[in-house]
Design a binder for this molecule. Structure first.
Ligand SMILES: N[C@@H]1[C@@H](O)[C@H](O)[C@@H](COP(=O)(O)O)O[C@@H]1O
Length: 251
């Protein structure tokens, strides 16, 4: 059962997610957090960094694992998720960089065996850290979580995936042209995500209406990867009214 919290707007949804992360870290300062990228959580990270700067919160003991990274982008590339995380959280808070982890997309050579080594190493690191205590997710408008595109199996693990055309198009807003968006990514699998003890997904804006509706009320199916979250014992969707609008009418 997915718990739902509908907030008036993106700002209040971001505040709510920041509160939940702060609660988790205050209860367990050495928490292992699973983190997401994308436009949606940017404000959540800004709120957390304001709290760290004001002394209200410390993230200095957390360990983090990000969901995904583009294949072929170096950590220094401004649109890599490594760079995103440094910009929005790691470099502007007291998070210790050596306790942060993202898949090494730059180490994956197209067509080689390096991909499986990168993926296995990432799964192993998560295991060695004792698993993820608290996982943040965004939601693709086609229902993807991490970069688990439609067609992903419910028990999938960290692997190299081809990005869907819709995702390339959506993410091209961050690049100079759609041609520059990498075609592949390394992503934690749905099975890896489902191992987290607690999952919180944030989705805001009218563009997420269909994905939210199908994830919450539709059948569990690889066609809509977020629908697999229905079988997790502790998952909450934090939505704004725009993203939740179809849910209200389908009740
Ligand atoms: N890999 C990321 C996802 O983790 C993210 O949840 C999604 C939604 O992004 P946005 O929040 O910008 O809509 O897109 C990206 O492709």
């Amino acid at each position: 059962m997915i718990r739902l919290e509908v907030m008036p707007d993106h700002e209040s949804a971001s505040q709510r997610v920041a509160d939940l992360i702060a609660d988790q870290v205050q209860r367990n300062p050495v928490s292992v957090l699973g983190l997401a990228t994308g436009g949606t959580p940017e404000r959540t990270y800004a709120i957390l960094s304001e709290r760290v700067c004001s002394g209200a919160l410390s993230l200095s003991q957390i360990t983090t694992f990000n969901l995904d990274e583009y294949v072929g982008l170096s950590a220094e590339h401004p649109q890599s998720y490594h760079a995103y995380m440094r910009r929005h959280l790691f470099d502007v808070t007291d998070v210790r960089l050596e306790k942060t982890h993202l898949p090494d997309g730059a180490a994956v050579e197209t067509g080689g065996h390096s991909g499986s080594r990168v993926c296995e190493a990432y799964e192993r690191l998560i295991d060695e850290a004792g698993g993820i205590d608290w996982q943040l997710l965004g939601l693709g408008s086609n229902g993807h979580i991490g970069f688990n595109e439609p067609g992903s199996a419910g028990d999938s693990v960290t692997r190299i995936v081809e990005l869907a055309e819709a995702t390339i198009e959506a993410n091209s807003r961050y690049f100079d042209s759609p041609d520059e968006v990498p075609r592949q990514a390394v992503t934690m699998g749905i099975g890896s995500i489902m191992n987290a003890k607690r999952i919180v997904l944030i989705a805001t804006g009218a563009g997420k209406v269909n994905a939210v509706q199908q994830a919450v009320r539709g059948p569990m199916t690889p066609d809509l990867p977020a629908s697999f979250l229905q079988r997790h014992p502790d998952v909450t969707f934090i939505l704004d009214e725009a993203a939740a609008s179809e849910l209200e009418s389908s009740r």
